[in-house]
Design a protein around this ligand. Structure first.
Ligand code: GTP
Ligand code: MG
Length: 457
């Protein structure tokens, strides 16, 4: 028996695990590292039943919780808990799965994992269970990605959106675009095969109409995906301004807690300080920075360099000034489109009104006046318009594929008399969309053509 060093690969199997023909058996601690009430070791692959027999002495009935002890290779008890067996193909990965739910301490979990590895599994790589689910057709690519997005979701809205993608909503919309393209391609292929038939102009109008519909539907998906990608990555909002204007006070007010040091001494903040918040369910990373001014102080200058660096990466820069002494910080500042001017400390100027006025937002970090307007302005400036609407938690990869599909449809629109080129553009658009779900197949098209046109008669 191997000594059980989990960094090793005791089963000596293919570590990439993408051998589809004969999958090996993978195992990992499925719960977060550290202490917890329960910790789960998950095992997936054909050896799962044998591993169950080795570690718990029997194979639990599929989908029935079994209370039992877990044993190591020497037969010693390492933990007591619940074992669950999911017989292939009715499991998350589509392979046989064994789940051992023990006590969630690092030492116990390590021992249970070791027992499983000694019994013939190998340590799983990152995302390998989900990759198997994809390879086994349990999830498409977009759904597999949604698993990770759901786990990483930084806000309720992001989680909701990821859950919808996981349930297949995004995939279904892509599938319906692909189906529309398949139809249109079938129609086009028919025209190519029978070019002299008189229905040609009818076909042409029909093709133009369908292409228009597809382009409109694609635009809609793109808009929802762009919104969703904001949810996924969050909005990077940077507070900047001269020293003492109240940047740290605003950060604290937005965070609802005293995170940053506030003092009447100008130049208090030196490092950039990040605080994740949610505005209307959208994740926003608020960054407090060192005040910008001319300074000879070495530490302060290093701090200001960081401010500049944060400003370069900002989705929205909140340039803070003090009511009554409007004094912009020394430049350079981000483009006006990415910038909000915030007038703070309006409580010091009698008769001031909080809220948005033109391009400025008037607030008081001290009293909290105007903060709602400020939050709304941050979402607006970042381009978030989908309040309450369904959005797709798209990734960069999806956005690129959608953009590629759009470019091909645009080009198709310009080829409406050269049908071979038109058809080729449609094919490329379909291929681009197929990348999103990982399901591209020429058979789709052939099946469609043969079912609609009885060419073999
Ligand atoms: N009256 C009033 N005072 C405020 C307000 N916001 C901040 N202050 C005060 O202004 C001073 C500076 O506030 P900070 O939040 O530390 O300012 P800062 O912009 O982070 O300053 P540096 O970190 O030095 O760049 C403190 O004494 C705050 O209490 C406000 O809305 N009204
Ligand atoms: Mg500060």
């Amino acid at each position: 028996m191997p000594s059980g060093d989990i960094e090793n690969n005791p089963a000596g199997n293919n570590p990439t695990g993408n051998n589809q023909a004969a999958p090996d058996t993978i195992a990992a601690v499925a719960t977060a590292a550290g202490r917890g009430g329960i910790g789960v070791v998950r095992v997936s692959g054909p050896k799962a039943p044998a591993i169950a027999r080795a570690v718990i002495g029997r194979l639990p009935e599929s989908r029935r919780a079994l209370h039992c002890f877990f044993h190591d290779a020497r037969g010693e008890r390492v933990d007591e808990g619940i074992a669950l067996y999911f017989k292939a193909p009715h499991s998350y990965t589509g392979d046989d799965i064994l789940e051992l739910q023990g006590h969630g301490g690092p030492v116990v979990m390590h021992a249970v994992l070791e027992a499983v590895l000694d019994a013939g599994a190998r340590l799983a790589g990152p995302g390998e269970f989900t990759r198997r689910a994809f390879l086994n057709g349990r999830l498409d690519l977009a759904q597999a990605e949604a698993v990770a997005d759901l786990i990483d979701a930084a806000s309720r809205e992001a989680a909701r959106s990821a859950l919808r993608s996981l349930g297949g909503d995004f995939s279904a919309v892509i599938a319906s675009l692909v189906a529309g393209l398949t139809d249109l391609r079938a129609l086009t292929e028919a025209m190519l095969d029978f070019p002299d038939e008189e229905v040609d102009s009818l076909h042409r109008d029909d093709a133009a109409m369908r292409l228009g519909q597809l382009r409109a539907a694609l635009e809609d998906v793109m808009a929802k995906s762009r919104q969703g990608s904001l949810l996924r990555t969050g909005i990077h909002a940077v507070l900047a301004g001269r020293p003492n204007v109240g940047k740290s006070s605003l950060l604290n007010r937005l965070a609802g807690a005293e995170r940053a040091i506030v003092s009447a001494v100008p130049g208090t903040t030196r490092d950039a300080l990040r605080e994740p918040i949610q505005i209307d369910g959208v994740p926003v990373m608020v960054v407090d920075t060192a005040g910008l001014r001319e300074s000879q102080d070495e530490v302060e200058r290093l701090g200001m360099q960081r401010t500049r660096h944060e400003l370069e990466r900002a989705d929205v820069a909140l340039v803070i000034m003090e009511a009554g002494k409007l004094d912009a910080p020394p430049g350079p500042l981000p483009d006006a489109a990415l910038r909000l001017t915030v007038i703070n400390k309006i409580d010091l100027v009698p008769g001031s009104v909080a809220g948005r006025r033109g391009d400025e937002i008037h607030v008081s970090a001290k009293t909290g006046a105007g903060m709602d307007a400020l939050c709304a302005a941050v979402l607006d400036a970042a381009g978030w318009t989908a309040r309450g609407e369904t959005v797709f938690l798209a990734r960069e990869r999806h956005l690129r594929a959608l953009a590629a599909a759009r470019a091909h449809l645009e080009s198709a629109g310009a080829q409406m008399s050269r049908w071979e080129l038109f058809a080729e553009d449609l094919r490329l658009a379909q291929e681009a969309l197929g990348e999103i779900t990982g399901r591209v197949s020429a058979d789709d098209l052939l099946g469609e053509i043969f079912s609609r046109f009885c060419i073999g008669k």
